[in-house]
Design a protein. Structure first.
Length: 176
């Protein structure tokens, strides 16, 4: 089986998520900020390459959302721990928790030999974008652009509401 360039970029993004986590943990803020930009850009680039080069495949369809979830779960967790952020920041992962529940449900359906297809939606892409903006704001707030606590927290609540709505939408799609 050939490894597509888009899949290789996605696999690298998963690896880089752990590097990002270590950089934040060890207070290497500039490097973490630069790596954050690379990770977010690679998410856009791998999708573009997959479409442009007709590299749509099951592995990529599985790995791309997995890479997003790995990055955002690790990023939110390490930022919460390192910056002693309040529990509300965990709300950033609302959609991801619901999607994981849905994925478990999918696994159970697959075990029963039912055919399942899962496509990303504009709502999911919007929430991923909001998560990226929120993590970016948290990094900027801590390093180069201090802001009142209400600014990142407002983003957290907005992202959590969008994530909850998106997660419910995905669960509804799973049930059909």
């Amino acid at each position: 089986m050939a490894i597509y360039l888009s899949n290789a970029i996605t696999i690298a993004r998963i690896f880089l998520s752990f590097v990002f986590t270590a950089l934040v943990w060890y207070s290497q803020w500039l490097l973490a900020g630069l790596l954050f930009i690379v990770i977010i850009a690679s998410d856009v680039i791998d999708g573009y390459i997959a479409r442009r080069r007709h590299e749509d495949n099951k592995l990529g369809a599985f790995l791309d959302p997995l890479a997003d979830k790995v990055f955002f779960i690790l990023a939110v967790a390490v930022l919460m721990l390192k910056l002693s952020l309040p529990w509300q920041y965990f709300l950033l992962l609302t959609r991801d928790v619901l999607v994981i529940i849905g994925a478990i449900h999918l696994g159970l359906l697959a075990a029963r030999k039912q055919t399942i297809t899962f496509k990303a939606t504009w709502a999911g892409k919007l929430v991923t974008t909001l998560q990226a903006v929120t993590v970016g704001v948290l990094l900027a707030n801590h390093t180069i652009l201090p802001m009142p606590p209400a600014v990142p927290l407002t983003l957290v609540y907005g992202t959590a509401i969008a994530g909850l709505a998106c997660g419910i939408h995905y669960l509804y799609k799973f049930r059909q």
